[in-house]
Design a protein around this ligand. Structure first.
Ligand code: FAD
Length: 464
């Protein structure tokens, strides 16, 4: 996803014909966030492409699919592919993403090194296709190992398809890297409504003929185990090329490797200022900065405050910064009966982090205050967390309020567009997690008169 965004930036700067994309997968870059929608059956796999193959060709970009890079030869400035061919470069950008973590469960990997046929991963379109194939065998139940974002998405998608699902999570609550225990409880309740059983503080230790054994003594009888226990930056190429890798490939403010001025890294594989990310919004922001840098303009990535919208149908979650790590005063409102939990961490009157679960009706204003580091009055943080009174008109978002966190698009830029298609094409808003789509539609519908959209334009929901 980072590479696709970078290419858009390079094309906009007239650098398309100098750009080659070497991609291991057989599909043109696609929206990984919507994989669970394919699993759920609401989106076709083809609808996930961020740009069609022809789009690259029309702009002179050499997109080579099924092209796994195995080595970077920094001395000769070439990269080597699995078929031993080489490609020369002036600058090489690593946007290799993340690799799923294989939890230490005995029996998952067989003696010959292959995975037990009951075990599936979930990170790519091919993983998704394999998982869908196994559903044709009508599994009785599925166990999802890992109760983070991916685990919730997979559990939800399989439950909607009528498969009995169970989640095993080693920590004491769901989505523990992003939200606190009370919000985790709300999520657990939402999963229970779908019929999903959640085992917390439990580790899967062994896969046997009887099923998946947990360290709490339970054995979960299952014929499908989906591994969603997190991932780590895919940095093997960088290591082989003797570039500095801590958790990710270490880069400076220009996203340049600290060891080689002609090697760059962006997205999930990169580590900037000690941080690796794992969300689309920082990946796309880095891609934007790097497009400027490669075009010879002054630009710097400063580790923008991350706003991550986590997509899973009926599980609305937005995380601002790192609510579990930031120090400050906590303002929170929870309604476990309704399935909502909203929390802001406030320091010196400013929102420094937050987590919203189940109700994102005020997300625009909250994100704006977080982004701008607005100093709030003593009642304001609490008021921002109150649900929007249904009868009062929505406060109008100012032109500079950020609406799409993934692509960094403001309300003013949306208002300047003629249609949803125009928004997607010119700003790329709604093409990431899709969480901004309702606000975008509302902004388009309430543009000043004379610029109202037709009913057909408003019903164009695209793939989000
Ligand atoms: C199921 C799922 C749901 C997600 N949901 C959300 C969400 O709701 N919100 C959010 O913000 N983020 C979400 N994410 C995370 C988001 O998708 C990533 O942050 C984003 O894709 C990062 O982009 P990237 O380009 O760094 O990596 P990727 O999109 O993973 O792309 C990396 C690409 O590099 C290729 N590659 C790797 N090594 C090589 C090589 N040696 N040669 C050639 N090609 C190579 C890989 O095959 C892959 O296609 C989700 C991720 C997954 C898997």
């Amino acid at each position: 996803m980072a590479a696709a965004r970078l290419v858009e930036g390079l094309v906009a700067r007239g650098l398309g014909p100098q750009t080659t994309v070497l991609a291991e997968e057989q599909h043109a870059p696609y929206n990984r966030i919507l994989l669970s929608a394919v699993l759920e059956g609401t989106h076709r796999p083809g609808a996930l492409a961020l740009r069609e193959k022809q789009w690259y060709a029309d702009r002179g970009v050499d997109l080579r699919l099924n092209s796994l890079v195995v080595d970077i030869h920094r001395d000769t400035k070439t990269v080597e592919l699995a078929d031993r061919t080489t490609v020369p470069y002036d600058a090489v950008v690593l946007a290799t993403g993340a690799i799923p973590t294989l939890p230490p469960i005995r029996g998952v990997v067989r003696m010959d090194g292959s995975l037990d046929p009951r075990v599936q991963a979930f990170r790519s379109l091919d993983d998704c296709a394999r998982l869908l194939d196994t559903l044709h065998d009508h599994p009785r139940s599925a166990v999802i190992v890992g109760g983070g974002l991916l685990g919730l998405q997979v559990a939800r998608a399989l439950a909607v398809r009528g498969i009995e699902t169970e989640i095993v999570e080693g920590r004491d609550h769901l989505l523990s890297s992003q939200v606190d225990a009370s919000a985790g409880k709300v999520l657990k309740r939402s999963m229970a409504k779908l019929g999903t059983q959640v085992y917390l503080g439990a580790r899967a230790t062994r896969l046997t003929d009887e099923g998946l054994k947990l360290d709490n003594g339970y054995t979960l009888e299952t014929d499908l185990v989906v591994l969603t226990a997190g991932g780590r930056p895919r940095a093997n190429l960088a290591r082989r090329a003797e570039l500095t890798v801590n958790r990710g490939i270490v880069v400076d403010d220009q996203l340049r490797s600290v060891d080689d001025p002609d090697v760059y890294a962006i997205g999930d594989c990169a580590e900037h200022d000690g941080n690796v990310t794992g969300f689309v919004s920082p990946a796309w922001e880095q891609a934007g900065v790097l497009a400027d840098v490669l075009a010879g303009d002054e630009a710097a990535y400063q580790g923008h405050r991350v706003v991550a919208r986590l997509r899973a149908t009926d599980l609305d979650v937005c995380v601002l910064g790192s609510p579990e790590d930031e120090a400050g005063e906590v303002v929170e409102i929870a309604n476990p009966i309704k399935g909502t939990h909203r929390k802001l961490v406030v320091r010196d009157g400013r929102i420094v982090a937050g987590a919203l679960v189940g109700d994102l009706s005020r997300v625009g204003l909250i994100t704006q205050a977080f982004d701008r580091q607005t100093v709030l009055g003593e009642h304001e943080a609490g008021q921002l967390l109150l649900p929007e009174p249904s009868k009062s008109p929505r406060p109008e978002l100012p032109d500079d309020a950020e609406v799409c966190a993934c692509a960094g698009v403001s309300a003013g830029r949306i208002r300047a567009c003629r249609s949803l298609e125009d928004v997607r094409e010119t700003t790329r808003a709604t093409t990431g997690c899709g969480g901004c789509a309702p606000t975008v539609r509302q902004l388009l519908a309430t543009r000043p008169s004379g610029s109202q959209l037709s009913a057909t334009q408003l019903s164009l929901e695209g793939t989000t």
